[in-house]
Structures are given as structure tokens and as C-alpha cells.
Design a protein around this ligand. Sequence first.
Ligand code: NCD
Length: 341
Amino acid sequence: MSLLTGSHILSSAQFSRSDLEQIFALAEQMEPIAQRQVRCNVLDGAVLANLFFEPSTRSRISFGAAFARLGGRVLDTTGVQNSSISKGESLRDTSRVIAGYVDVIVLRHPEIGAAHDFASSTSVPVINGGDGAGEHPTQALLDVYTMGKELRGRKVRSLDGSIVTVVGDLKHGRTVHSLIRLLSLYDGITIRLVSSADLRLPPDLLAQMIEQGVKVIETDSLESGLRGADVVYATRMQLERFDPSGGAAFPASNFNIDAAVVQRWCVPDVVIMHPLPRDSRASANELSMDLDGHPSLAIFRQAHNGVPIRMALFAMILGVAERVQETLEPVGWYVPPSLMR
Ligand code: NCD
């Protein structure tokens, strides 16, 4: 039995610093499996339901890949139009029914609180894969895991005492809401929040951070946000969360982060992250593609870290974490040498 056996993962508020350390230690053990150096079938016979009622590419595939890399089977459904929710079925009914079919459920849904609701009527563990503008706790775990790994080789060696700058749509960005909660577990951290006035972090979350004694600085100046920061976490404008019925236009981003901006304002070994997808349209004005060859750009390493983190979570939730090492076997299929990092 491990700390998460049988548990739901609904909010990053449920984790302590020592929980993070245990999850990250197991994720490191999962890396050779994620990179196909060895294989593992500790979840042979187990079944995951990946229920995605909102668009997703990397979250859905990386949850699925993580479960499959441990030997489990994955059943997917995508889009409300393809599910019985389109026939008026309540989330609670869906939840009770699916619990009879599978061992664990990942749910992505457009409404805040949907994962809590779903979890309240099921007998199997539920993972919140994103509930509207609410939370995305597993993304935050992989983000903090990535920050730790990226900082290890640099001047500021850990998140303790570091400066982390979060830029963009802080109001609607669920990855930001989950990330801020985890960052607040680190000692002496400074969190800088860069956004326009109308896209600030929700006031209740900000108040919670301040009450916990976290040093939080809000600004609308990209320059003052970036100068001296150890980690920069850029986010996309969450256009799908904006209701245009009031007639107002969605606020445009003024936070274009490109190679020139990084050169001018960032420390040389800054770590640049983004939960992805990047909005690559010219009008989007966010993290620029001209940084793609930049050594600071950690976004693809970050996305790949989603697999070992989610493998660790599944192994803990299903109570097999201790058996992973003893079930390792050689890989029998072709693996591109570039993956054997
Ligand atoms: C994010 C999400 O869905 O919240 N994507 C992801 O899961 N990596 C971020 C976003 O859509 O902007």
C-alpha cells in the first residue's frame, strides 16, 4: 500500500511536500520504462477509462500511454456528442456505470467541480484531467517535477528560494491554479504573476497564497516579471472559456515571449515552460516558435515528463508501486536510439 492507494486525485491542494517527494522518486524509477529501455507489466489485466469531454491531445494520450506502459488496457471516449451525456445522462449516473467496467477513471470535463461530482458517486479512483477553469492537478505535478529536474543542473538548484514567473491567462488557466498550489509548498519561493488586469489569478486563490505566507507579486509588466526569474511558465489565452455574449472582445495578450525578449530580460540559464498547446497563430502573441532551438526551452521535455509522472500515480493508486522493479523485462521491439536518453 502506498500513500495514494485507492485515492482520487482531484486537486493539487491534496498534496504535501513529502507526497511530492514520494511521487517524484517513483516517477524517476518509471523513466527507463517511459523511454522504452525496459518494459513492465505490473498493471496486466487492469483497465483505465479515459473520459475526455473536452479537447485534448497530450493529456489523453499521455494518461493512456502511462497506463499501457505498465501493461494495462485503455478505453477512451472523447467529446460530449459521442457519449450518453448528449442524451441527458447525469455525470453521477455515468460515473456509477463506468465504475463497474474499469479500475480507474480519468475525467476531463468543461465544468468546474465535475471531477469532484464524478468521484462522489463512484467506487473506483477518479483522476481530474481538467475541470473547466478549475484545476489540472496531474499537469501541475509534471510541471513541478520538470522544474526540479531542469533547475538541478543550473545555478539555482531547487525550487526552494527560487523565483517562478507565471504569465498569461491566470484567471481561466486551470494548469496555473493547480501549479500555484504546489509551488506554495516550497520554502522561500517567490511567485510572480504577470497578466492583464482582467485576467488575474482568482482572488480567493491569491488570498490563500498570501495567507500561507507565500511571497506573491502581481504585475502587468512582462519585463519586471521576467528579470531575474529562474523559471518562466507561459500560458495560452483560454479563448474557449470566454463568453462573447456580453459583446466584449476577448482580451488580447501583450505577453509575446520570443528570442529577443528572452535575450534582453531573462537570466542566461532561465527555464522556459508552457503546459501546451502553444497558440501558434500570429495574433496569439504568446510563447514564440522562434525559441524552438533555445537551450532554455523545456516545453517538450516537460510534455514528455507527463508519462513517468502519470505512471507513478497509476502505480500508487492501484497499489503496485512496490512491485515495479521486480517485474522489469527487456524490450523486444525497435526503439529509436534518440529515445534512449
Ligand atoms: C492545458 C489544459 O488543457 O488545461 N493543456 C494540457 O493539458 N497540457 C492547457 C491549455 O489548454 O492551455
